[in-house]
Design a protein around this ligand. Structure first.
Ligand code: IF1
Length: 395
């Protein structure tokens, strides 16, 4: 065991069930541990490393900016921020963007924007606003966000919770129609549920939700923190159904696997509820983050990572579907966002430990689903190697 593991265990809070590996280097889709053993990265830091580890163009952008200016606060203008926000808005078709750092902060920003929009524009009576979210969601760990979680572990011991949150079953557009009241500000949804187990909703679901929201003057907010930026084979997962939400959150891969960079993007009408002092962040939109964020969007397009994710995803999924094993219940997903549901009594966590031994790093969700979300730069040959290891482990 690496000596720093004992220190992590001794001095760190015990809030992760860590895999028995100490990683020290990464390049592209590969990681190396302290013994020099190489791993295929099939979790990409929960999709934060879509470009691959230490992408040279992104490292260069970080270094170039680092030599100039790193952090100064939003009390001043800086030169990387404007171009970053422009790039993000133009790519995604939104009018404005608000930079934060982590995904949870972007979601909090979306919730605050929706609440204020509902009071100012929709004229909901003071303190009466409701937000609708889905059962089995994952949007982060803050108190507002866990107030709309349906997962007992994420809530247990953390009450009291924020009022004004309503949950409906995922994938059920009718349930949305029924849940909306004149006080509903927004419907917040993951286009594909990630931590919920890579749950792909029925075809047409998001489109129906978009129509229902529009009809009822309710904002459609899509959490694209994990599904966005090419992961599912489209720039945004909502594009699979030609849906343009009223707002989205981006994070994870936006930081190019180097830094925490997140955004809330929306139409002007929504973003204009914010005035100086209403909301902010010390680090959000700092020059380093903005330079890396802009470059990560550019590299996504330059290297055609979206098409590559669509193609490799189709290939990966079909290869996995060929694996006939009594352990596999279902293979599902979109692009390089793939889940293998494991039949009981087999345990996806135990499979992850065996995969780790054989050089494939991944993480289960809720012990039932094996998640496969490699960096989007993975090649067919590498997919073949990973599938072969999975085949051996399933035997
Ligand atoms: C943890 C899983 C992934 C997210 C969506 C917002 C956030 C996330 C759709 C918050 C974060 C994470 C965080 C990580 C585990 C994790 C996860 F294992 F739970 F299932 F990605 F797949 N919206 N997802 O998926 O973003 O504030 O973390 O930057 O342990 O909390 P964040």
């Amino acid at each position: 065991m690496h000596p720093s593991v004992a220190l992590e265990v001794r001095y760190g809070a015990n809030n992760y069930a860590t895999l028995p590996v100490t990683l020290i280097r990464g390049q592209g889709i590969y990681l190396w541990d302290d013994t020099g053993k190489r791993y295929f990265d099939c979790m990409s830091a929960y999709s934060a490393v879509s470009h691959g580890h230490c992408h040279p163009k992104l490292v260069q952008a970080l270094q170039d900016q680092l030599k100039m200016l790193a952090v100064v606060s939003r009390a001043v203008y800086t030169d990387p921020l404007g171009p970053f926000l422009q790039k993000a808005c133009e790519l995604t078709g939104f009018d404005k963007a608000l930079p934060m750092n982590t995904g949870a902060e972007a979601v909090e920003t979306a919730l605050k924007a929706a609440r204020k929009w509902a009071y100012i524009v929709k004229k909901v009576p003071a303190n009466e606003v409701e937000i609708i979210a889905c059962e089995n969601n994952f949007h982060g760990r803050t108190l507002a966000i866990i107030s709309m979680s349906s997962e007992p572990q994420y809530r247990g011991g953390f009450g009291p919770f924020l009022p004004g949150m309503k949950l409906i079953p995922y994938g059920d557009a009718e349930a949305l129609e029924h849940a909306i009241t004149p006080h509903t500000a927004a419907f917040l949804v993951e286009p594909i549920q990630g931590e919920g187990g890579i749950i792909v909703p029925p075809e047409g679901y998001l489109k129906k939700c978009a129509d229902i929201c529009k009809k009822n003057n309710v904002l459609l907010l899509c959490d694209e923190i994990q599904t966005g930026l090419g992961r599912t084979g489209a720039l945004l997962a909502c594009h699979h159904e030609q849906v343009q939400p009223d707002g989205i959150t981006l994070g994870k891969a936006l930081g190019g696997g180097l830094l925490p960079v997140s955004l809330f993007l929306s139409r002007t009408e929504v973003m204009d509820v914010f005035h100086p002092g209403d909301h902010g962040s010390t680090f959000g939109g700092n020059p380093l983050a903005a330079a890396v964020g802009k470059r990560s969007l550019e590299v996504l397009m330059e290297e055609d990572l979206i098409t590559r994710a669509a193609d490799s995803g189709r290939y990966f999924m079909s290869r996995l579907q060929e694996l006939s094993s009594p352990r596999i219940k279902e293979v599902r997903g979109k692009g390089l966002f793939i889940g293998i549901e494991i039949n009981k009594p087999y345990d996806a966590h135990e499979l992850c430990l065996k995969l780790l031994e054989k050089g494939v790093l991944t993480k289960d969700t809720h012990k039932t689903v094996l998640r496969l979300a490699p960096p989007l730069v993975i090649t067919r040959e590498e997919i073949d190697e990973v599938v072969e290891i999975i085949r051996q482990v399933l035997k």
